[in-house]
Design a protein around this ligand. Sequence first.
Ligand code: HEM
Length: 443
Amino acid sequence: MLFDPATLRPLPITPAVSGVLETLSFLRDPDFARSRFERYGDVYGTTLLGQRTVFIRGEKAISDLFAQGDAVEGWWPESVRKLLGPLSLANRNGVDHKARRRVVGQLFASSALKRYSPAIVALVDELSGELLGGASPVALVPKLRRFAFSVIASTVLGLDPVDREALFVDFETWCQGLFSLPFALPGSPYAQALQARQRLLQRLGAVLKKAQSAAAAGAPLAAGGLDLLAGGLDEAGLPLGDDDVAEQLLLLLFAGYETTASSLSCLLLSLLQHPAELAWLQQELDGLPWPPAPGEAVTAFEASRAPRLDAALKEVMRLTPPVGGFFRRTREPIALAGVLVPADRVVQVSIAASHRYGSGSEDLEVFRPQRHLAVERTVTLLPYGGGERVCLGKALAELEIRLLAVGLLKQLSVELEPDQDLTLSLIPSPSPKQGLLVRPCRR
Ligand code: HEM
């Protein structure tokens, strides 16, 4: 403990007794965290289903949390922890966690992204063709979900369309169980998800074996990135077992699918709801190539070459972050923004509330991508988290979102179908409830 507790303010606590009412409001009220921040300040405690939880928002409290080192550890709700599995790097800490991050991180190095990019460009063109050739109006959300899944399954895992489809079905069942109550009553979403987990691990194990035999037989590089994991070592310097690697792959499917699908849906929704900003972005897209020149896909649409696209993406991530919050557990007392947080508390970092908080907070409710081009940017932006557990797949996510935005908006003109409900469901990630009906035509 590197502070004098006497100099700190005590943790403000909401008047929750059992936590049942607080939990119900947490699940039902999208403004749960924000209204309490306004009442209790940037760091406050409450009880959610018996779990003592501390909510935090704002740069100061969050950067203090990232600076805590071993005084805090990763934490996930029970249902997520069990479905990810004991070997998953998301459920590990310290040297175990670092060793697996090093191995898995190789899948997202710039040379790996370069290798994946032709497959992503092909998937964008496939989706554009499907939207132009299919029925109209069409619901965009399921198409974008399928696209996001195909990107990870074909880039990282190198799966062909048939294997991809088989994996997708089990994976959707597994996802349904993630944020359900962790009681494995027969037939419940959680019990079905646990069964799907076994089948997924078997399939992922088989995919891994296939990649290993191909590499041993000296076959040319596979489309995916699994060969990059060969030689990966654990914290003791020993090779990672296949069951260990399979659990890391399951984590990548989970971490990279729902999040990216959400940001794609919210990007298109926000642009379609703001025609002036869409026209402003189109001016920039008109000067960009599609498809990008061979070998240049990774850099063709980065911030320096496509600043308006970058600003639009930042604004979507600010207002509708795919991950609204993430967790840590305190192993010892810590100080966050001058408040003493006791040991053994779950800390929930509220990304969504932090993104709409600061000076000029009324303007922070407005979709205005241009704010990110201003020389002095003052908004907090943390869509990928931070510190030792910052998102491992950020570079892949950014690449696929940029490629899809440019490829789709250059080839298609899209109109919103009138009279539809465009409100967002927020769990597990923001997504238009009714699927975002649009009428696409060729540009
Ligand atoms: C727009 C898309 C995405 C967003 C907004 C996002 C956001 C996040 C956030 C907020 C965290 C938690 C960070 C923390 O605990 O400090 C995280 C963790 C993680 N993300 Fe992402 N993510 C995205 C896409 C991806 C993709 C495409 C992959 C890989 C295919 C990925 C892999 C991971 C992994 C493995 C972790 C766990 C890191 C750890 O515990 O060390 N993410 N992500």
